[in-house]
Design a protein around this ligand. Structure first.
Ligand code: ATP
Ligand code: MG
Length: 154
């Protein structure tokens, strides 16, 4: 269905705030996209955004700053979800969307998971004719950027 993604994000963030607060974290939302309508399966796309935010919380041990942004680029809707957590080494970045892949190092493995979240995320983004990429720096943080075709509202 047609959905205003800024509205959807605001709704999700309202619920997610509790999780960030529990970690004594900070939440920054910069939803600046002016064309923010997209054709999405609301349930699945909500899950996608939750998964990325859930990872941000899971893989940031302390002083979490979760930054969520939207903007427009070349007629697309861009969504970024950024944390200041453990980050992902370059050599692992190309594997994180694979089923059951988890970064095989100490720090991260105090945190439980199946390595399925991002495989699901990628599958759903692909199904929406979108694109997802990761930018990450060990001990600095991670940013996921989703590109989604917009739907012009008349
Ligand atoms: P789950 O199935 O519960 O989501 P998971 O979180 O381990 O388990 P994914 O969400 O698919 O699985 O993520 C795969 C791996 O990528 C993680 O195990 C972690 O090593 C790494 N990763 C994902 N998101 C981040 C992040 N924001 N910061 C650092 N590492 C991350
Ligand atoms: Mg996960």
């Amino acid at each position: 269905t047609e959905r205003d993604i800024n509205d959807l994000l605001n709704m999700i963030l309202e619920n997610f705030w509790v999780k960030v607060h529990a970690k004594h974290g900070q939440l920054i939302a910069d939803l600046e996209a002016e064309e923010s309508y997209a054709l999405v399966d609301e349930t699945h796309f909500t899950n996608v955004l939750y998964n990325l935010m859930d990872n941000a919380v899971k893989y940031t041990p302390s002083n979490l700053v979760l930054t969520v942004k939207t903007w427009n680029e070349k007629g697309n809707l861009m969504i970024s979800i950024q944390d200041n957590g453990v980050g992902i080494k370059k050599e692992y970045q190309k594997h994180i969307f694979d089923k059951f892949f988890r970064v095989p190092t100490g720090n991260v493995h105090n945190v439980k998971g199946f390595g399925l979240g991002l495989a699901y995320v990628k599958q759903i983004v692909d199904a929406h004719h979108g694109f997802i990429k990761v930018e990450s720096e060990p001990n600095i943080g991670t940013k996921f950027i989703i590109t989604l075709p917009t739907l012009k509202q008349n």
